[in-house]
Design a protein around this ligand. Structure first.
Ligand SMILES: *[C@@H]1O[C@H](CO)[C@@H](O)[C@H](O)[C@H]1NC(C)=O
Ligand SMILES: *[C@@H]1O[C@H](CO)[C@@H](O)[C@H](O)[C@H]1NC(C)=O
Ligand SMILES: *[C@@H]1O[C@H](CO)[C@@H](O)[C@H](O)[C@H]1NC(C)=O
Ligand SMILES: *[C@@H]1O[C@H](CO)[C@@H](O)[C@H](O)[C@H]1NC(C)=O
Ligand SMILES: [Zn+2]
Length: 443
């Protein structure tokens, strides 16, 4: 066994194990470039834009086809360090990268994961903030903000109220990036607490704010996702691990219930980018001592891997017309879980819907036609690295190639604004009403 491992080691690229230290921009770039070179067949390194001070916003993609999307392979992402002084996530993602590329071809689970998933990893969304930290500290530090002194997690458009802030280069880069890929699942890594928080971060009475929370129609899925992460992290699942006032149930919490915020990234992902995102608070201390890094890696490694696998829950497939041509931009949603900006097929006619086991009715909507309904049953146990596959053939005879442009855009203005006075229940019928209103208002 040991002999075989030694022998295998000789065939693989020489790997200098990544140190447990904080990597500054130059060291981080050197590491990422090394990985991209040594593991060129499964990685793709690119910059999605630049920070205020001109630092690259690096993303390393890991996958069997790292440079481009393949039909049926869902896109997953991790983003860390958007608050520059919250530094644990940044190092965890570098270690995750190393773990993925060095386990490929050796560990069957990781090999399967890389075969079935395209994993995008952004270790730092705010490199200027990280470099601006002068004295690493457990608490608030000026490195939180970008170089123009904006909090990037308050800088996105907000669906509930007007967020009149100057959109920062880092934010704009992420918004553009979200448009270039059909991301399905994501997490956003922070520090200063130990909890997995899920959308919404902002709200109106219609989403439940009268009850001090703000829930999405996919709340069961979000609770499950947050729990998947928290339950595998031995410190996060403790009660009150940071000795703060926060009362979380087994390490998960609704973002609004914790504290409402405007312009956050997770709500933006869910509402505008069709991507389910949760926020992971990974350390009580924002910038802990270097010696703590190995224990953070040990406590988060299983969670980080298990969370990526969740991109394979639910159902996926392509929508075709009666000639078998894939149809982009048609609405595919589950009845009773309508999104305020309806989720649509991508340019390959693909849809991905994250769902827990159970029976659902999928509604496909093409303008000028009645909704096309398809029943699906998601099986209860599927550790298959693939969601249930369900292609949908539409019976319509007419040409469908002209889906009006007005149906494609989801406006960047507050969408829930006019619903302040409505009932407080987060009931499916209410979401149907919201969607109907949306169509009337913005057609
Ligand atoms: C890449 O390979 C070079 C030499 O083959 C080695 O020095 C370097 O440490 C490797 N880096 C990584 C991240 O694998
Ligand atoms: C993963 O993909 C590689 C290359 O396509 C293939 O050789 C291998 O059998 C696959 N492994 C698993 C576990 O699916
Ligand atoms: C948005 O902010 C700018 C600059 O502070 C201000 O001039 C403008 O009036 C604001 N717009 C609205 C609609 O509040
Ligand atoms: C596993 O996924 C493949 C598609 O990747 C599918 O063909 C197969 O039926 C699935 N098996 C089970 C047991 O779900
Ligand atoms: Zn933060």
């Amino acid at each position: 066994m040991d002999c075989a491992r030694l022998w295998l080691g000789l065939l693989l690229p020489v790997v200098a194990a990544l140190d447990f230290i904080y990597h500054h921009q130059g060291q981080m770039e050197a590491f990422l470039k090394n990985v991209a070179q040594n593991y060129s067949s499964v990685t793709h390194l690119h910059s999605i834009g630049k920070s205020v001070k001109g630092r690259n916003l690096w993303v390393l993609v890991v996958g069997r086809s790292p440079k481009e999307h393949r039909i049926g392979i869902p896109e997953f992402k991790y983003v860390a360090n958007m608050h520059g002084d919250e530094s644990v996530g940044r190092e965890l993602l570098l270690h995750l990268i190393e773990y993925l590329v060095t386990s490929d071809g050796k560990d069957p689970e990781i090999t399967n994961l890389i075969n079935s998933t395209r994993i995008h990893i952004m270790p730092s969304m705010n490199p200027d903030g990280f470099e601006a930290v002068q004295k690493p500290d457990c608490f608030y530090n000026k490195g939180r903000h970008n170089s123009n002194y904006y909090d990037l997690n308050r800088n996105f458009p907000d669906a509930f109220e007007f967020n009149n802030v100057s959109r920062q280069p880092e934010t704009v880069a992420v918004m553009k990036w979200l448009n270039t890929e059909t991301f399905v699942l994501s997490a956003n890594l922070h520090g200063g607490a130990l909890v997995a928080s899920y959308p919404f971060d902002n709200g109106v009475p219609a989403t439940g704010t009268l009850y001090s929370r703000s829930l999405t129609p996919d709340d069961d899925v979000f609770q499950y996702l947050a729990h998947t992460y928290a339950s595998r992290n031995p410190t996060m699942k403790e009660r009150n691990p940071c000795k703060a006032k926060l009362e979380s149930q087994s390490g998960i919490i609704n973002g609004y219930f914790w504290y409402p915020l405007r312009g956050g990234m997770q709500d933006y992902n869910y509402i505008w980018a069709q991507c389910f995102e949760i926020t992971l608070e990974l350390s009580c201390c924002k910038y802990p001592r270097t010696e703590m890094l190995p224990s953070f890696w040990n406590n988060n490694k299983d969670s980080l891997i298990e969370y990526i696998k969740q991109v394979h829950i639910g159902v996926k497939g392509q929508v075709f017309d009666h000639n078998g041509t894939p149809l982009p931009n048609v609405i595919v949603e589950v009845q009773d879980r309508k999104h305020i900006c309806p989720y649509r097929t991508n340019k390959f006619g693909e849809y991905y819907l994250l769902l827990l086991p159970g029976s659902y009715v999928i509604e496909v909507i093409v303008p000028g036609h009645d909704p096309h309904l398809t029943k699906v049953t998601i099986p209860s146990k599927s550790q298959n690295f693939s969601a249930l596959k369900k292609d949908i053939l539409l019976p319509f005879r007419e040409q469908l190639d002209h889906i009006p442009e007005s149906h494609l855009s989801c406006p960047m203005i507050p969408l829930y604004k006019d619903l302040q006075g409505h009932s407080a229940a987060t009931k499916p019928s209410l979401f149907l009403f919201l969607v109907t209103l949306f169509h009337i208002l913005f057609k």
